[in-house]
Design a protein. Sequence first.
Length: 321
Amino acid sequence: MLGIRRRLQARGIMGINARNGDYVLRYNRRHLYPLVDDKVLTKKRAMEVGIRVPEQFAVIETEQQIKGFARILGERKDFVIKPAQGAGGDGILVITDKFEGLYRTASGRLLTLDDIEHHLSGILSGIYSLGGYRDKALVEYRVIPDDVFGAISFEGVPDIRLIVLRGYPVMGMLRLPTRQSQGKANLHQGAIGVGVDLATGVTLGGTWHNRIISRHPDTTNPVAGVQLPDWQEFMTLASGCYELTGLGYIGVDLVLDKDQGAMMLEINARPGLNIQIANDDGLMRRCELVEAHIAERQRQGLKRPPVEERVAFSQQHFAIQ
């Protein structure tokens, strides 16, 4: 066991204790957590500073609003419902179309208005929220994935997770839905994690249930070697989330909409560690490099660099050779 631990440390692999003690607790002040734990607050703050996010149609907070949900929707045929304080993709309902008075989900299931109202009531009761507290339901624009994902994703919306340390992107991963994950880009539910070269936005190898894979299990197409469009904008958006939240160690989740381009979905103050498997590299090594760079700048009396300089540093030092 000691030998395994030493080998992992030699590769710069970050474990759960190091993540919690050295990064989450050190860089994330507790009073700032509501900014990222509540998706409504995150979206509001992002819009105020000009960060592109999916359009918000409504926030449902009371049973009375649920009764008027059909009026709130109007003629909209597609939308997404998500708990404001949900985690791991639980409670998210994606409606893609309306058919004969019924609502079609991303998986093809048909729901009545009563079904949707029941789901909204469950969200408000807190069954999907962190800690089980009463929650709000966010109704927003349904992202349409860019065509680049057609060959390497099964239904749903792929997203990009970027780990950001004090404004410096340190590692990236593309998360691809599968049949098993029911179209959700959640690794714990069976989605695929694919490493991304921060310098170029080209995808690397993949991981599925902590196993290294080279092809998508449903499409059978290779997941490596795909050039993600608008990569510089993804990096810029993620880096800017440091100023947005004040949190020093975060996971920023972004999507690429077919018509609207790169958008920020949400921010996580306790990002997972599977991203290291997808990239076949350690977070600790990269984070320590950024910390040394910041310490040197402070010794020189330099101010925090702008987003563009932080992104350039990451792309120079974390490029795949």
